[in-house]
Design a protein around this ligand. Structure first.
Ligand code: OOG
Ligand code: MG
Length: 262
């Protein structure tokens, strides 16, 4: 189905409004079942432009569904991208405020801080490592604007793939010294539950996810820029959290990160 620009803008505004009001909406595919990935990215792009027009600053990007654990959890096989804005970044000692979100889930991720601009569509994992200043432990807090976190990947793409908040560890390491595919990430929640995986869970090597991001955004002639941050996707499944929860992770050879929920 052809979707007029005006309808795309309306759909982008609904997702933004749902985020602001903490009030979930129905997936687009309930009314437009054949929504294509291309159309979904066009809606996401309009959403991005509206956010920037409101005064938010674009500070990086994120890949999603890059590990088998996440793909299984969401029942999807395609890895989509989204964008990160300044208001999403939690300070090093800042807590997550549950009441600002709808149904937050926490994900452990490897973040990359860039020292050079990268433009696709022919960027490789080696190019990414060469353009990376630091690799850091990160948590992403996703918060789908759709009821019950239920959607198709196209719906999620139009909703900036659930991006809501993220936090970086205090220490980072230059990538040259690391074997990111072998690095273990151990996470422990305050209820005693634990998750473990290695960096290789993300497409065999997390730099591949970053390369994929750069190559995908080149369709809009966008690049991954110096000083931007990119999250390479959840290493393990996302965990729903509530008020009073806390979580701590060790990223072997990089550092640790923790988060509490108020
Ligand atoms: C889509 C976002 C997935 C990740 O790291 O896999 C994501 C979703 O599951 O809501 O951020
Ligand atoms: Mg994520």
């Amino acid at each position: 189905m052809v979707i007029e620009k005006a309808l795309m803008e309306e759909l982008a505004r609904k997702s933004i409004q749902a985020e602001k009001d903490r009030s979930p909406i129905s997936p687009i595919t309930e009314t437009i079942p054949d929504l294509t990935m291309e159309q979904a990215y066009q809606i996401q792009k309009i959403r991005e432009e509206l956010m920037i027009a409101e005064g938010h600053r674009l500070i990086g990007g994120k890949m999603g569904l890059t590990s088998v654990a996440k793909m299984k959890q969401m029942g999807a096989t395609e890895s989509p991208y989204g964008k990160l804005f300044d208001y999403m970044l939690l300070g090093p000692d800042e807590n997550l405020v549950f009441d600002e979100l709808i149904h937050p889930r926490v994900e452990g991720e490897i973040a990359f801080l860039m020292k050079k601009d990268l433009y696709g569509p022919f960027v490789t994992a080696a190019d990414v490592l060469d353009a990376t200043y630091l690799v850091l432990p990160a948590y992403e807090i996703i918060d789908s604007r759709y009821f019950g976190f239920r959607f198709k990947t196209t719906d999620s793409v139009a909703d900036n793939i659930s991006a809501a908040r993220f936090k970086l560890g205090k220490d980072g390491v230059a990538p040259g010294k690391l074997h990111l595919e072998e690095l273990g990430v151990a996470t422990r929640f305050s209820d005693g539950s634990e998750l473990f995986a290695t960096g290789g869970a993300v497409l065999g090597h997390p730099a591949r996810a970053v390369a994929m991001y750069v190559n995908l955004i080149s369709k809009f002639h966008d690049g991954l820029l110096k000083d931007q941050i990119i999250l390479s996707g959840a290493i393990t499944a996302a965990t729903p959290v509530g008020k009073g929860w806390s979580v701590r992770s060790q990223f072997q050879g990089i550092g640790e990160i923790s988060l509490s929920v108020d």
